[in-house]
Write a protein that binds this ligand. Structure first.
Ligand code: ZN
Length: 393
């Protein structure tokens, strides 16, 4: 592949935006800034050039869900989100059976490191077996697994290839041993779908929890815990997440899950280096409004896409998101209190660091993979490159 030079770009670097060029050779970023063009020239005409987005929490898109458990479903989701600027992702499961989880991890292991015309898959986010049942949110009402060393070991055996991230409610019996075991194997352990108290979350952090799923959603806070104890009022997972510097977290910035106030609160308290943007989408991304399976076709939960978000069939509750990370970047960039490099870090370098991938992707820096997104002045995606290869749109 001959070198390519992107010229006339507003290049979004980790802490500044510079006008200039980016040279790509052999799929790697070779030069950035005021440099001479070599090879094929792509004139961006003043558009933005961003690092490709890194997605930690995504279930589906373009009609497919990872719980459909076929390699083709995985590729369909990866291609869908690549059109929205995502160049790296951890496929994320939903509530299912042990057999479904094992199959999910096997497919992740087979596809890890591949980018077949879409985002690069980097191992799975095992999400669902270790939820606190009362905090399941819109997930299917299947049997939850309790941590149990023998069975857990079968899933943890995928660490290093098929399993990159594991969600555990730290207050479950046996959770702390599972968290320690996962952490020892290099798995990112995240707390999610949990009604833990502050003390239970702290015990989880001491055991190795380093991230918290979708801040404000499916978690305990002072108000929820007060339902079972009037005083002293107690802090929960929300307050703990904002308190512990060891913890990173994420927000669903689709404009439906959280209002501007909560996004501002999260941005101010955690900051863009500890706060990632996630899409948390179900399969209805780029699909018309209507009813869909959330999770596996046939055994998941029926939900509805309506007005740019997923809702429960009775319309009373949220049921997952339906827009890509480009939407989250566009929304966050529209707020006067958020700086553009910070917003872009939340979609790229911060999640890359959380996943242990920041040496290879997450920012426009010499030596990193040429995962790049061109966006116009309104932050609409115009071109996407994964390892220097243009994604079809
Ligand atoms: Zn989710």
């Amino acid at each position: 592949m001959p070198p390519t030079t992107f010229t006339n770009a507003r290049v979004v670097l980790p802490t500044e935006v510079v006008s200039g060029s980016v040279v790509v050779a052999g799929g790697i970023i070779a030069a950035v800034g005021d440099v001479a063009a070599v090879g094929e020239v792509i004139d961006l005409g003043g558009r933005y050039l961003l690092p490709g987005f890194v997605e930690m929490h995504v279930h589906g898109g373009d009609g497919a869900d990872f719980m459909d458990l076929t390699p083709e479903a995985f590729r369909t989701v990866a291609r869908c989100h690549a059109r929205h600027g995502t160049t790296t992702m951890t496929p994320t499961s939903t509530v299912g059976t042990f057999e479904q989880y094992r199959c999910f991890l096997e497919i992740n292991a087979d596809l890890a490191g591949t980018a077949d015309g879409g985002a690069r898959l980097v191992g799975g986010h095992l999400y669902g077996p270790y939820f606190r049942p009362e905090a399941k949110g819109c997930h299917p009402d299947a049997a939850f697994l309790s941590p149990e060393p023998g069975r857990d070991a079968e899933l943890l055996a995928f660490a290093g290839r098929g399993l990159r991230t594991l969600t555990v409610a730290p207050e479950l019996p046996g959770a702390l041993a599972l968290i320690r075991a996962a952490r020892e194997r290099g798995v990112l352990v995240t707390a999610g779908h949990t009604y833990a108290t502050f003390a239970e979350l702290r015990a989880g952090v001491e055991a190795g929890v380093r991230h918290v799923d979708h801040l404000f959603c499916a978690m305990s806070d002072r108000a929820r815990l007060r339902q079972t104890q009037a005083f002293p009022m107690r802090a929960g997972v929300m307050e703990g997440t904002l308190s512990f510097d060891e913890l990173t977290t994420e927000v669903i910035a689709d404009g439906h899950h959280l209002d501007e106030g909560l996004l501002h609160f999260a941005f101010k308290l955690k900051g863009p280096d500890r706060l990632a943007l996630v899409s948390d989408t179900m399969r209805a991304v780029d699909c018309p409004d209507g009813e869909y399976w959330f999770g596996a076709t046939g055994s998941g939960e029926r939900v509805r896409k309506r007005g740019g978000v997923g809702v429960t069939l009775d319309g009373a509750g949220l049921a997952s998101a339906v827009v890509g990370l480009d939407h989250a970047v566009r929304l966050m960039a529209s707020y006067p209190w958020a700086d553009l490099p910070g917003v872009v870090r939340m979609a790229s370098l911060t999640p890359a660091r959380n996943l242990g991938l920041d040496a290879e992707c997450g920012s426009i820096e010499v030596g990193k993979r040429a995962d790049l997104v061109a966006m116009d002045g309104g932050f609409a995606v115009t071109d996407v490159f994964v390892g220097g290869v243009r994604i079809g749109r």
